[in-house]
Ligand binder design. Structure first.
Ligand SMILES: Nc1ncnc2c1ncn2[C@@H]1O[C@H](COP(=O)(O)OP(=O)(O)OP(=O)(O)O)[C@@H](O)[C@H]1O
Length: 308
């Protein structure tokens, strides 16, 4: 069996309610060795709850949860993971180097302080007290803490929030390095370009369920949307009313549209303006695929409600 086929973590039919809110509604999810799985979904979709179950921080009401084939609350399972959550409360007075050393000491074969600091881009912060760092610097330190134990599996919950563009690029390089070393990563993000840049597999969640799963290319292909861009005298507002158009806006001097019926749209466009130029048609990006998939899920729920 190749490492890609090994299942490192799995949720089967996982359900979790907080009072009347069904945060997870029968979620199935498997994470394989050596892959980066991106969990995407609108606010409240259940991504953080799913990670909480896999980390043993939250107990499922029903279904099974496995981390390295064990209950996630077992210490042996926990020693194989590194975690970067959204709300990390760390002692403000400890210096960054001390925090990394302390965290690394919980693991059987951690990275050296220098290696962890280098990978996470915090080598120049080691002597600084954690509480005196900027938000973006603190996020980088949290990333260092997630990777310092040389875990086989990293959970990164919205890791690049608060980072500037340069820090985010460095984070991506480091994440790619970790995956190239053979480690696995579960990443939640609202930055679709982050998933597009890093993910081997994407799971789109909505209302506590996985509504679509596959590679970025597969998800893109699963929705029929295409992007059309052109120079035209027509304006976005008029075009938005056409039945073939899902979205329309100006992108600089050019008109940008997305459509599920691109041939019909092109016919209408050329009829309406014979002077159309610089015409480009492209497959949809992950952003459009995501909008389309989550809208389909919302419409299905609305239809079920109407039928009930
Ligand atoms: N501790 C809690 N108590 C009550 N409700 C909760 C709790 N944690 C999560 N929820 C609810 O469960 C649902 C799923 O939340 P969750 O944080 O898992 O979503 P998410 O996909 O991570 O959202 P976001 O993208 O905003 O981080 C939401 O409706 C949320 O309000």
């Amino acid at each position: 069996m190749t490492s890609q086929q090994t299942v490192l973590a799995r949720l089967r039919g996982a359900r979790k309610a907080y009072g009347k809110v069904q945060a997870l509604d029968g979620l199935d999810l498997a994470l394989h060795g050596g892959e980066l799985l991106a969990l995407l979904g609108p606010n409240g979709a259940g991504k953080t709850t799913a990670i909480g179950l896999l980390l043993g921080l939250v107990r499922a009401d029903a279904g099974t949860v496995e981390l390295f084939g064990q209950d996630p609350q077992r210490i042996q399972a926990r020693r194989g993971i590194g975690v970067m959550l959204q709300d990390a409360a760390l002692p403000a007075t400890l210096r960054v180097g001390e925090l990394i050393r302390l965290t690394a000491s919980y693991y059987p074969s951690p990275r050296s302080l220098q290696e962890s600091a280098q990978l996470a881009g915090v080598a120049d912060l080691l002597q600084r007290p954690y509480g005196k760092l900027s938000g973006g610097q603190q996020r980088r330190v949290q990333f260092a803490l997630a990777l310092c134990g040389r875990p086989r599996l990293l959970f990164l919950d919205e890791p690049s929030v608060g980072m500037d563009v340069q820090a985010r690029q460095k984070l991506w390089v480091a994440i790619r390095h970790l995956v190239a070393e053979g480690n696995s990563v579960v990443l939640t993000t609202h930055y679709l370009e982050e998933a597009e840049a890093l993910a081997d597999r994407v799971c789109v969640m909505a209302r506590g369920k996985a509504i679509s799963e596959g590679s970025v290319d597969e998800l893109r292909a699963r929705v029929s949307l295409k992007r059309v861009r052109c120079s035209t005298r027509l304006d976005a507002e008029a075009v938005r009313a056409w039945p073939e158009v899902v979205e329309a806006r100006m992108d600089g001097e050019r008109l940008w549209m997305s459509s599920g019926r691109v041939e019909a749209l092109l016919r209408r466009l050329l009829d309406a303006d014979a002077g159309v130029s610089a015409l480009e048609v492209q497959a949809a990006g992950l952003a459009e695929a995501f909008t389309e998939l989550t809208r389909d899920a919302d419409e299905a729920v609305a239809e079920q409600r109407e039928a009930a």
